[in-house]
Design a protein around this ligand. Structure first.
Ligand code: FAD
Length: 386
């Protein structure tokens, strides 16, 4: 691949997706410009965590990210509770029958971003507003606010703000009228390799271990609900968490600072155009209920990398529409089905109707059967592909 003329890609947006795809392209000897509107935040101490499945971690490792116990905290078990339980009896548990395998790994998003950023020394960071994107031939031309222009074989867009410069396609999208709050719980030391999720009336509350003394909380709630009032008041929040986790944590405190995210569903109907590819949340933004959002993107990146490895060796242009269409064919339908399934799971857990409550009970008992449990674990690990 070293003999080939260097091709150029502009990646719009330097969130996790932009950085990860830039890292993957550098490895394929592609020149990458990473275009961001704001300066990268230095020393921003975010507490947001991501659950990265075992298969997704392998993708990150294949891109050069090292697995370190302190950045990827391993999960052996996930316990689910349907509603607020007085007793510690879970409704179902997921664990690998092979106890050497982990279900997932919890990583702090800013640590992961930093590790990826360390691999981007050869990337040119451009901080400028894009005015126009033109070109139907072999190259796409970007014009910036300062009148400078740059030409690229391919543009990979990972942010919503420039979408209108590239496409006027309608998105499939809706607002959940929910907010996800994240913060960290400090508790007495224990072997902390088990995640727990409570499906409460106002939304799911997840406990995601990040060390033997700290657990990350992701609590998604209906806007203006009682649960939201509890979250917004430190004492009320701490007391609620002490009460709900009494059988598994001896809670000491929780961080005062909350990070909040308005929740929406978004699905882009076309993920490729002439010399343009969309990736990340811009193509499929889903509810965090199952911790799958970025896992979907990592699977997409893996598929693109595998296609590119084969095609670039044969001398293809990275912006070749055939390559982009092959990528779309391998990702779009399965991503839509997967995203809709997560949406359905959210709906099923929000409903308080007797019929749905009974159906949930039945589903939990079916999910506890080893063959079904293994299938669910496999789906959460590797996603859906057909
Ligand atoms: C509460 C919560 C919990 C989650 N938990 C999990 C989990 O456990 N597991 C999981 O896999 N996923 C999880 N997710 C999803 C995951 O966080 C997202 O999928 C991921 O962060 C999306 O990254 P991205 O780079 O695609 O998008 P973004 O993070 O939105 O990045 C877009 C980037 O584009 C930049 N940008 C914006 N406008 C412009 C412009 N005009 N020009 C240039 N750049 C611009 C932005 O500054 C940003 O850097 C969770 C999400 C939430 C909200």
């Amino acid at each position: 691949m070293k003999n080939l003329i260097k091709q150029r890609v502009a990646v719009l947006g330097s969130g996790l997706t932009g950085k990860a795809i830039a890292m993957a392209l550098l490895d394929l000897n592609i020149a990458v410009d990473l275009i961001e509107q704001t300066s990268p935040a230095k020393n921003f101490k975010s507490n947001v965590t991501l659950s990265i499945s075992d298969a997704s971690l392998k993708i990150l490792q294949s891109l050069g990210i090292k697995k370190n116990k302190y950045s990827f905290w391993p999960l052996q078990k996930i316990i689910l509770f349907d509603g607020l339980k007085k007793e510690a009896k879970p409704d179902t548990e997921f664990y690998n029958t092979d106890n050497k395998k982990f279900l997932s790994h919890i990583v702090k998003r800013n640590i992961l971003e930093k590790e990826i950023s360390n691999k981007l020394k050869k990337v040119k960071f451009i901080k400028n507003k894009i005015i126009s994107i033109e070109g139907k031939g072999f190259l796409k031309k970007i014009t910036f606010q300062n009148k400078k222009t740059s030409e690229y074989n391919l543009i990979i867009a990972t942010e919503f703000n420039n979408l209108k410069l590239l496409s006027n396609e309608k998105k499939l999208n809706w607002d959940y009228s929910e907010t996800a709050y994240t913060f960290v719980l400090h508790h007495k030391k224990l072997n902390n390799n088990c995640a727990r999720q409570f499906f409460l009336k106002d939304g799911p509350l997840a406990f995601l271990p990040i060390s033997n003394t700290h657990t990350s909380i992701v609590w998604s709630v209906k806007n203006k609900s009682n649960a939201e009032k509890i979250i917004l008041n430190y004492e009320a929040r701490l007391n609620f968490l002490k009460m709900i986790s009494v059988s598994f944590y001896e809670v000491i405190s929780c961080t005062n600072r909350l990070e909040k995210f308005g929740l929406t569903f978004e699905f882009l109907r076309r993920t490729v155009l002439s010399r343009v590819l969309f990736m990340g949340d811009i193509t499929h933004k889903i509810h965090p209920i199952a911790g799958q959002g970025w896992n979907m993107t990592l699977r997409d990146i893996n598929i693109l990398v595998n296609i590119l490895k084969e095609k670039l060796n044969k001398g293809y242009d990275i912006g070749d529409l055939g390559i982009l269409k092959e990528y779309e064919k391998k990702t779009k339908a399965s991503n839509l089905l997967f995203a809709m399934s997560i949406d359905l799971i959210r709906k099923a857990f929000r409903s308080q109707s007797l019929a749905i409550t009974q159906l949930r009970k039945k589903s939990f008992s079916i999910a506890s059967q080893p063959a079904v449990m293994n299938k669910i674990i496999d789906l959460a690990d590797k996603g859906l592909r057909f």
